[in-house]
Design a protein. Structure first.
Length: 244
């Protein structure tokens, strides 16, 4: 089932990172403002979401305050885009979970898409992730190796998530790919779990792992219609996703 429009949904873009893996170019500009084919990544994400049917007023972006890249000029560029901008004042001290908490606390209880601020993705993939709006769904990829970094997801025989970890493991796993859909029934659970202070210095994998013990989360496997911008080389590869 592919939806034409998904106007019933909100979106949160988590863009408060420091861009440390981007080398010198990541020190003076946030990754969400990196130019890809003449247009900032964040503008491409906005176009993607609005073309999918999510209203601009329903897009929330969490940005940082700490770090050289989060200058007054760069923050003003983001404010000028007409989104609901949420400031994470401790983005250098706290991790992704705290940014997520700030974002979800600013919204109301309804279905929503959450995506990393460095993610290039196709509108087709967004529609597919949200097509089963009654179930929370995570974008996953086939790992390139047993030593792949990031959140590793272990599935049961029904392809439902039973564990999320960053540890090295010897059993089969898939990898989280930077975007997930929260069904309305799970909204409160995500919000309450993200409030726990022990998670605020961690990424969202810790929240995922706790919630999957009591809730049924689905996955959507796709290896081609998305890319996380983690290195300068990824900026060139992003063109293949855009043009794909």
């Amino acid at each position: 089932m592919i939806l034409g429009n998904i106007r019933w949904m909100k979106a949160i873009i988590l863009a408060a990172g420091l861009g440390t893996r981007m080398g010198s170019i990541g020190k003076t500009i946030p990754k969400c403002l990196f130019q890809i084919k003449g247009k900032p990544l964040l503008e491409r994400q906005i176009e993607l979401l609005t073309n999918t049917g999510i209203g601009r007023k329903d897009i929330y972006v969490v940005i940082g305050r700490q770090g050289e890249g989060w200058s007054k000029e760069n923050i003003e560029k983001i404010n000028s885009l007409g989104l609901k901008v949420i400031m994470n004042p401790r983005n250098a001290d706290f991790n992704q979970t705290y940014s997520f908490l700030l974002g979800i606390e600013a919204t109301s209880k309804e279905s929503m898409l959450v995506m990393d601020g460095d993610l290039i993705v196709t509108s087709n993939l967004v529609r597919q992730i949200a097509s089963n709006k009654d179930n929370s769904t995570f974008l996953i990829q086939t790992p390139k190796s047993k030593n792949q970094v990031g959140n590793k997801i272990i599935l049961n025989g029904n392809k439902r998530i039973i564990r999320v970890t960053r540890e090295n493991i010897d059993i089969d796993f898939v990898s989280y790919a930077g975007m997930f859909f929260i069904a309305e029934k799970d909204w409160e659970g995500f919000k309450e779990e993200a409030k726990k202070e022990e998670y605020h210095e961690e990424d969202l994998g810790f929240v995922f792992d706790t919630l999957c013990k009591t809730r049924e989360f689905y996955t959507f496997l796709n290896n081609t219609e998305w890319l996380n911008i983690n290195t300068p080389e990824d900026l060139e590869q992003a063109l293949s996703v855009i043009n794909g």
